[in-house]
Design a binder for this molecule. Structure first.
Ligand SMILES: [Zn+2]
Length: 172
């Protein structure tokens, strides 16, 4: 279960990175100026082991390896982002809504990435986008995937903006 959740997060992270690349290519193709540099954090999985501190003089009853297995957690890590830099959803730049629209176009209406988290500039001068929710027609992309209902809900709620138009995407 933990592994599946972790893998889902890694998968969404790789979709986000791919999508940013696609958006940059499209910006060049359509000669669109995006006034912010966007990036995604590098995600990696790690196993955190909770160390057992045994009391002196008491003999361990389990082999050390089984202790380690019981007391370990699989976590998905990313470089630290200051919570103070997080942008409230209402203040997200328009380009984020366009990024979701673009995901639908790029993945042939079979997948949408939405509800990105956004943080203002990190030290490299890039805004960071991360932790989206994905909805797929098969509903198999992990936590928060509402399947076709999720895709439909995005279509209903998305309002196209100037970037959607500039990227040559039809109005949803
Ligand atoms: Zn749009």
């Amino acid at each position: 279960m933990e592994i599946a959740a972790g893998q889902g997060e890694m998968l969404r992270g790789s979709y986000s990175a791919e999508l940013l690349k696609v958006m940059c290519e499209r910006a060049e193709q359509y000669n669109v100026q995006i006034n912010r540099r966007l990036t995604t954090p590098e995600l990696f999985m790690a196993i955190i082991q909770n160390k057992i501190i045994g009391k002196t003089g008491i003999r361990a009853t389990r082999a050390p390896s089984s202790k380690a297995a019981i007391n370990s957690n699989l976590v998905v890590c990313q470089p630290y982002i200051k919570p103070a830099n997080f942008v409230a959803p209402a203040d997200h730049p328009d380009i984020m809504a366009t990024l979701s629209h673009l995901s639908l176009v790029h993945y042939n209406n079979e997948r949408v990435l939405t509800n990105f988290k956004v943080a203002w500039n990190d030290d490299d001068g890039c805004d960071i986008v991360f932790a989206p929710i994905s909805h797929t027609i098969f509903g198999d992309s992990g936590l928060g995937d509402d399947g076709e209902a999720g895709i439909d809900a995005f279509r209903q709620s998305h309002a196209c903006n100037e970037f959607c138009e500039a990227f040559g995407m039809g109005i949803l």
